[in-house]
Design a protein around this ligand. Structure first.
Ligand SMILES: NC(=O)c1ccc[n+]([C@@H]2O[C@H](COP(=O)([O-])OP(=O)(O)OC[C@H]3O[C@@H](n4cnc5c(N)ncnc54)[C@H](O)[C@@H]3O)[C@@H](O)[C@H]2O)c1
Length: 437
């Protein structure tokens, strides 16, 4: 019997059982999307707190309402578990585990490797495995085909293997999941066809490419494009500072050109699990082929300098009023890596806080989405953003521009404000207290 053909028929009938390994920012929304389209879905995660919360109908991702989880659990179309034995019952397995960097800034493939090892132990004919974690070109083919074929099963004949990068943008309300086209590449044409068929059940448009390596590269091109363009505007921001120009005005005016220009904004540095990390996966791979990825290296260097640039501008600002950074009281507004999320992974706010602390500043922070955080072994709690707190600070640094913060009110009470995000744009009163990146 042709088990892969049978799988195709079961996907078409919504009868295939879907597994999602890794229930984070990517995996949880994907799992629920399949459940909404009529599949039965099992989510797997090593983190027991997460699987237990989901089983109780509680979400820990801002973009996923708890009611949606509770509804899917109650209807029996979604369950979360740490028991990998359940993988053998899944016909399709999506892998959405983290792909961070090691301490020496090399790709850390250990999460993908352990997830794939759990799959290998239970691989059976008629299964489709889809890797969605962002990684360097060649990962699926070089690492996971040999691993999965060590079972004696053959890719494209007995089981299918594909790479389908994730494009989710946390807190972006403009696009629904299904509206963002899904790219897929298979190990064989048959693998690609099955993955295309699978994702057509939840995405309006699926874009097949000819290989898993091609699909891996698509994701890295997208995120490298962002990292490099952000690097460019960050350097332009530093140029404008030297030239005494307003970089925000320059960018807004340039962005009125209806073609040939795309708006990117400067800021305190890159953050999150993707843009600061993914290009390094590509440059690492290229290094192994003796090809220096020069644009990536330069952008990484410039973006990495931004927290220091912010700390230097803070020092200059206080200096204007004869205040030393050492002993000054500085409130950091926003600790997450971007607006309206709670994710502090790689957040430049942490670097800015560390740098100013190292210079002797008394640092506190407020973030409506981040209750507490750890900095060099010290725990910090988000302070209540009272008018008294704001007034008592020598300086407020806006690092992340959350919508829930009343910026005009902060300016009304602050002595001085350094704005790294142009969050104070449009505020008329108190402009003399504000300096912008
Ligand atoms: N966060 C984003 O905006 C985004 C966007 C596009 C792509 N990506 C990519 O998607 C992947 C996942 O990112 P994320 O932000 O969802 O990460 P995350 O840390 O939010 O979630 C990953 C989950 O995987 C679990 N996990 C780790 N190892 C596991 C294992 N062996 N078995 C089962 N579960 C395991 C973790 O406990 C965690 O809950 C990464 O490769 C990332 O680069 C992320």
């Amino acid at each position: 019997m042709d088990r892969l053909r049978e799988l195709g028929e079961r996907i078409a009938a919504r009868d295939a059982r879907i597994g999602v390994l890794g229930l984070g920012y990517v995996g949880l929304p994907l799992a629920l999307e399949f459940a909404k389209r009529g599949f039965r879905v099992t989510g797997f995660d090593l983190n027991r707190a997460k699987t237990e919360a989901l089983q109780k109908g509680e979400s820990y991702i801002e973009d996923v309402p708890s009611a949606e989880v509770a509804d899917a659990v109650r209807k029996g179309i979604f369950s979360a578990t740490g028991d990998f034995g359940e993988l053998s019952r899944c016909d399709v397995i999506n892998v959405c585990v983290p792909t961070p960097l090691t301490r020496s800034k090399d790709p850390d493939v250990s999460h993908m490797a352990s997830a794939m090892e759990e799959i290998r132990k239970r691989l059976r004919s008629g299964q489709l495995v889809v890797l969605g974690s962002t990684t360097y070109p060649g990962t699926t083919h070089e690492l996971f085909v040999p691993l999965l074929e060590s079972t004696g099963l053959r890719v494209g004949q007995d089981f299918a293997l594909a790479f389908a990068p994730e494009r989710i943008d946390p807190a972006n309300r403009q696009f629904k999941v299904r509206e963002v086209p899904k790219v897929v590449g298979g190990e064989t044409a048959r693998c690609c066809e099955l993955a295309r068929q699978l994702f057509e059940t939840i995405f309006d448009r699926v874009v097949p490419v000819s290989s898993t390596q091609g699909a891996e590269m698509v994701k890295l091109l997208e995120n490298t494009f962002r990292a490099i363009n952000i690097g460019l505007v960050n350097e332009v921001a530093m140029m404008c500072d030297r030239l005494g120009l307003d970089v925000w005005e320059v960018i807004e005016a340039a962005a009125t050109k209806p073609y040939g220009y795309m708006k990117f904004l400067p800021g305190p540095g890159l953050g999150g699990h993707c843009i600061p990390v993914d290009p390094t996966y590509l440059s690492w791979k290229m290094k192994s082929l003796n090809f220096p990825a020069r644009f990536i290296d330069l952008a990484t260097e410039i973006n990495g300098q931004m927290p220091e640039h912010v700390a230097e501008r803070v020092g200059n600002l206080l200096n204007e009023d004869r205040i030393a950074v050492n002993g000054s009281r500085i409130l950091i507004l926003g600790a997450a890596y971007k607006a309206n999320v709670s994710d502090v992974r790689e957040s430049p706010a942490l670097d800015v806080m560390k740098l100013l602390r190292a210079k002797g500043a008394e640092i506190s922070y407020h973030d409506p989405h981040v209750g507490e955080l750890e900095l060099d072994g010290t725990m910090f709690k988000s302070e209540d953003l009272t008018d008294e707190l704001v007034a008592s600070q020598d300086l407020v640094v806006i690092v992340t521009d959350h919508a829930a913060v009343d910026t005009a009110r902060v300016i009304a009470h602050a002595q001085r404000v350094f704005d790294t995000r142009n969050a104070t744009h449009g505020i008329r009163d108190g402009r003399e207290k504000i300096r912008r990146l």
